[in-house]
Design a protein around this ligand. Structure first.
Ligand code: B16
Ligand code: MG
Length: 224
């Protein structure tokens, strides 16, 4: 096997909570009278909550005090958490369940590498609390994506080298973080627009064919 471990991003890869993030930011933007659309939202993918607020405020005319920034950042999280209450294992795409099960059977380690501080709560709601060998999330990190810290921490928790890991990401900053960590990356969704990752996935189940490649097959592919 070319890879010993797969590190999955959470929002936008394992589940559709990227849409919940969008709706929560949209509702905060509406409260503030700020224009906010899906194009701006794509810039928030993988970015920390605080940095997301700063990006959203780019089109706000008035300067905002620190205390007010904290208030709106907390508001966004409250509205986001409220929307997560309806999340159940039924919300998992069958392709995700199938992929996790096949990768597990292949003997490849699996981790989550997410910027979100809500990672563990979401995994619990989806019935995936024990599905991964390591969880590296937005809690306790010093630098968010595109810094490689989240992914390097996941590799270290699994006891594997960065070059043995494949990251699955939907965010530009997430792909940058994977490459900066010295890992290969498979982009999915919005992430496929940037032409930066080693692989582009049409759907999560496409991952299996990549993992089944022997090192020799991948050398041939690189030569083509
Ligand atoms: P939270 P990922 C990221 O998760 C989201 O893509 C990004 O939109 C969000 O701002 C960030 O988590 C922080 O999330 O507010 O829940 O701590 O894509 O890295 O799994
Ligand atoms: Mg994501």
């Amino acid at each position: 096997m070319k890879y010993k471990a797969v590190i999955f991003d959470l929002d936008g890869v394992i589940c559709h909570t990227d849409e919940n993030h969008y709706q929560a930011w949209k509702s905060v933007a509406d409260s503030l009278g700020i224009t906010f659309d899906r194009t701006v939202n794509d810039r928030l993918r993988g970015v920390s909550r605080r940095e997301s607020l700063e990006i959203m405020l780019e089109s706000h005319d008035e300067e905002m005090e620190e205390a007010e920034k904290k208030h709106w950042s907390d508001q966004k999280n409250q509205r986001y958490r409220e929307s997560l209450k309806t999340l159940t294992p039924e919300n998992l795409d069958p392709g995700v369940t199938e992929t996790l099960s096949v990768v597990r059977k292949m003997g490849i380690l699996m981790a989550i590498g997410s910027s979100s501080k809500n990672t563990k709560y979401i995994l619990e709601r989806l019935g995936l609390a024990d599905a991964f060998d390591a969880i590296s999330d937005g809690n306790g990190i010093t630098k968010a994506k595109p810094d490689p810290e989240i992914f390097l921490r996941a590799a270290s928790q699994m006891g594997v080298q960065p070059e043995d890991c494949l990251v699955v990401e939907d965010a530009k900053v997430g792909i940058e973080a994977a490459l900066a960590a010295g890992m290969d990356c498979a982009a999915i969704g919005d992430g496929t627009r940037y032409g930066m990752a080693q692989y582009n996935l049409d759907q999560i189940t496409d991952l299996v064919a990549i993992l089944e490649q022997t090192p020799w097959q991948s050398i041939l592919k690189d030569l083509k």
